[in-house]
Design a binder for this molecule. Structure first.
Ligand SMILES: Cc1cc2nc3c(=O)[nH]c(=O)nc-3n(C[C@H](O)[C@H](O)[C@H](O)COP(=O)(O)OP(=O)(O)OC[C@H]3O[C@@H](n4cnc5c(N)ncnc54)[C@H](O)[C@@H]3O)c2cc1C
Length: 433
């Protein structure tokens, strides 16, 4: 039987797996196949390439020599196109077959283009890779107006980057407020106000009907469903991502939203593992299956998969996958657990708001326990909220009041969850280890 360990994908999940394999002392040959041009970049910094603050070459998560130093054979700009799980081999687009004794699918996620006419026109971009960010940055060199479709984190970071370059930018969000997956209406409005202060136009409740070439063939017109249109020198589609499941599906792995894995990150196929944005795991705090889609989760899962592939048993036991933090237009926010559920059924919601300087907290309790917290403007004790949610700690009326007014301290019996939070590092890279 082949001794090779094969990793598909070159993002943080695969990179963390390489480190874990080496740390475990495994000396089997490791081959990594990635369709990108080289080692992983910190995707969370891509908007800084768009703004011109950073070059892609400065965003490396590991040094250029990482794979060489690790003794890994890295095959760049090559796609894996098929897995034959019975013969235990992977076919590459160039026709080569790689045999494996253990295989990791770390194929990540890819941007979703909305199903509207013209979404593939030139001048319409998505933002996932260093190459995407450079292409958008180049287009912004000559564009006077940009439209960002989608008011989630990636779209808002792009909009902020355009504003910083003096490009007039409009964010079009189909739902009623910004970041509707993570934030409630008030928090979304606070974010919109901060962006507007930077000169960003925000259009919520506005769906795109189509994209058409602009008058005289210059630029684009973004036609809105409710009537009216926006002119744009470039468009960024930030309308979500979906796990890249095709390889796993073709091989017959169990798939729902993502590739289903057990606590060892093993798929339903023998010796085939999955980690990162492609994998669907059970979150015991949320009590449901999730595809977390965050960097730190990809790293943690990649490490577990790597150890198991190296023959050292390891389990992934997420304490809370739903933890997002960032800063848009100078406004910091943290979203912990089920922060955005409506007040209905067993959910009890408590809020506090202060206009100047803007601070908003939303607590969600269920059966006397904190199950979610939304912090805007002041995220200084986010780790305390995270620990309460992750440990399902019972909240007294006094605790609740302290949590609501930002006075909460960590009960001695509750350890902090994240080292980064302990250090009080709060920026858009908060989730990056
Ligand atoms: C603009 C932006 C900002 C972000 N900001 C944050 C943030 O602030 N905090 C946070 O936690 N997360 C953030 N994320 C998300 C984070 O980057 C992802 O969760 C993380 O990259 C997932 O890692 P991964 O290894 O699973 O997949 P990826 O990083 O997507 O890597 C997968 C790789 O596999 C390659 N691949 C796919 N199929 C094949 C194939 N068949 N053959 C060969 N190669 C293949 C892909 O091209 C890709 O290079 C951000 C993402 C973006 C795009």
């Amino acid at each position: 039987m082949a001794k090779n360990i094969v990793l598909i994908g070159g993002g943080p999940a695969a990179t963390a797996a390489v480190e874990a394999i080496m740390e475990a002392g495994c000396r089997d040959p490791v081959v990594l196949v990635s369709d990108e041009a080289g080692p992983v970049n910190c995707r969370c910094l891509l908007s800084r390439v768009v703004s011109g603050e950073m070059a892609v070459g400065e965003m490396g998560w590991r040094p250029e020599s990482f794979y060489r130093d690790m003794g890994v054979e890295a095959i760049w700009e090559e796609r894996a196109v098929r897995i034959d799980p019975r013969a235990r081999r992977v076919e590459l687009a160039g026709g080569q077959w790689l045999e494996y004794r253990a295989l990791l699918l770390a194929t990540g996620a890819s941007p979703v283009r909305p199903a509207v006419p013209g979404a593939e026109l030139p001048g319409i971009h998505t933002l996932r890779t260093g190459a995407d960010a450079m292409a958008i940055g180049r287009a912004a060199d000559t564009a006077r107006e940009a439209v960002v479709v989608g008011g989630g984190l990636v779209g808002l970071e792009a909009a902020e980057a355009f504003a910083s370059r003096g490009v007039a930018v409009t964010v079009v969000e189909a739902r009623e407020h910004l970041m509707p997956e993570q934030l409630d209406a008030r928090a979304g409005e606070m974010l919109a106000a901060s962006l507007k202060a930077l000169g960003v136009e925000v259009r919520c409740g506005a769906a795109v009907a189509s994209f058409v070439p602009g008058a005289g063939g210059r630029g684009l017109a973004v036609e809105l469903a409710g009537g009216g249109s926006l002119t744009a020198g470039l468009v960024v589609l930030a309308t979500g991502v979906r796990p890249v499941i095709e390889l796993a599906a073709g091989a017959g792995a169990e798939i729902r939203q993502g590739v289903i894995v057990d606590e060892h990150m093993q798929t339903s196929l023998s010796d085939v593992y999955a980690a990162g944005d492609v994998a669907e795991v059970y979150d015991p705090v949320l009590e449901k299956n999730v595809v977390p889609g965050t960097w730190n989760v990809a790293v943690a899962q990649g490490r577990v998969a790597g150890r198991n592939m190296a023959g050292v048993p390891a389990s992934y036991r997420p304490c809370l996958t739903a933890m997002h933090a960032g800063q848009i237009a100078g406004l910091a926010f943290a979203v912990v657990g089920q922060a955005n559920v409506p007040e209905e059924g067993a959910f009890e919601v408590h809020t506090m708001y202060r206009a100047e300087p803007p601070v908003y907290r939303r607590l969600v309790l269920k059966d006397g326990r904190l199950v979610g917290a939304l912090l805007v403007g002041d995220v200084s004790r986010a780790g305390v909220y995270q620990a309460y949610v992750a440990r399902k700690y019972r909240v007294s009326a006094g605790d609740r009041d302290d949590l609501l007014h930002g006075r909460a301290v960590l009960p001695l019996s509750l350890p902090l969850i994240s080292g980064d939070l302990r250090k009080g590092v709060h920026n858009r890279c908060l989730n990056v280890l």
